[in-house]
Design a protein. Structure first.
Length: 318
């Protein structure tokens, strides 16, 4: 979501793009050839097992070398420790002043000081708001950290085009499997936590975070039924909230990612309990070269590929 202001935009390459996902444990980068073709090819993948700010210069230098990425455009997806997503009402001010006005609303929720805050926003479509008030999702991050991230990537020789957040890049990935105007829900099982989003190809409606992660499930068929019930409840609450707060048609199907060994069994369990079609996101159905992801953290791989799929010149959906 973070684009203009502190980040100078660059023209994206039609030939190749780098997507990088950062979480608390490490960073994963993918190089994808012709990312907006019907079936892009994954050319290379690399993982760096550290994520602290002090490790960024070395990590991005290694990525640039290992992925032959010098000069290639990069989109980075950062986790909630680096950027948080808030729902705020959008004040009735000129568009050019809106980001500054939102900073003062965000400071009531975010611990970040206004003078070290960078903020970007997207208006939430189809929401039943009181009166004529508009609602937006606002990504808020520490300006000094985003500058450090920008500078580390620039020093590596790669060309940063955008910094985005996990919920947004997941909706770009979902759009590759659920194109068109139909709304869908996605359950994304990260290693430590899960996320539920409601989206369609051109917009993110809703997001929800749960502390039930992939580490709660074994690799076999005997799933922890209590955890499954917890996920069912999270999804149902998300769908119920959507029904009561949004005017656009509700999701008619649910997608699951990434491809952990237990996901096929979880797909069947959720389908039985939610009484909606539930599908797995299988990366090989949308990308060539998925064998290059073998042995890498599957959740970070999905996020990095979602970052690669960020539309050209997309800035907070506007």
């Amino acid at each position: 979501m973070f684009g203009t202001g502190f980040l100078k935009r660059r023209k994206a390459s039609a030939q190749g793009r780098i997507g990088i996902a950062i979480d608390a444990q490490g960073m994963l980068a993918v190089r994808v050839d012709r990312p907006f073709d019907p079936r892009p090819r994954i050319e290379a993948c690399a993982y760096y097992p550290h994520a602290a700010e002090a490790s960024w210069p070395q990590a991005f230098a290694d990525f640039a070398r290992d992925l032959s990425a010098d000069g290639l455009p990069v989109v980075v997806s950062v986790n909630s420790q680096l950027a948080s997503l808030l729902q705020l009402s959008l004040p009735d001010v000129p568009e050019a002043e809106l980001a500054s006005a939102l900073k003062f609303r965000a400071r009531e929720i975010s611990p970040l000081p206004v003078d070290d805050m960078v903020l970007d926003y997207v208006e939430v479509p189809g929401i039943r708001a009181r009166g004529r008030e508009r609602i937006g999702y606002c990504a808020v991050a520490r300006l000094s950290q985003m500058r450090a991230l920008r500078d580390a990537i620039k020093a590596s020789g790669m060309a940063l085009t955008a910094i985005d957040i996990n919920d947004m890049v997941l909706h770009y990935l979902l759009a590759r499997f659920q194109p068109g105007e139909e709304n869908s829900a996605l359950l994304f099982m990260g290693a430590q936590e899960s996320r539920v989003i409601v989206a369609r190809s051109d917009r993110l409606y809703l997001f929800r975070i749960s502390n039930i992660g992939a580490h709660h499930f074994a690799e076999g068929t005997n799933l922890d039924l209590g955890r499954v019930e917890g996920l069912v409840l999270e999804i149902q609450r998300t769908l119920d909230f959507y029904d009561s707060h949004f005017t656009d048609p509700p999701p008619r199907q649910i997608w699951l990612a990434p491809e952990w060994p237990f996901i096929p069994h979880l797909t069947r369990q959720l389908g039985d309990q939610l009484r909606l079609p539930v599908h797995e996101i299988v990366l090989a159905e949308a990308f060539e070269g998925t064998q290059r992801l073998s042995g890498q953290p599957v959740d970070l791989a999905c996020l990095a590929l979602g970052a690669v799929l960020r539309p050209h010149d997309e800035r907070a959906g506007r």
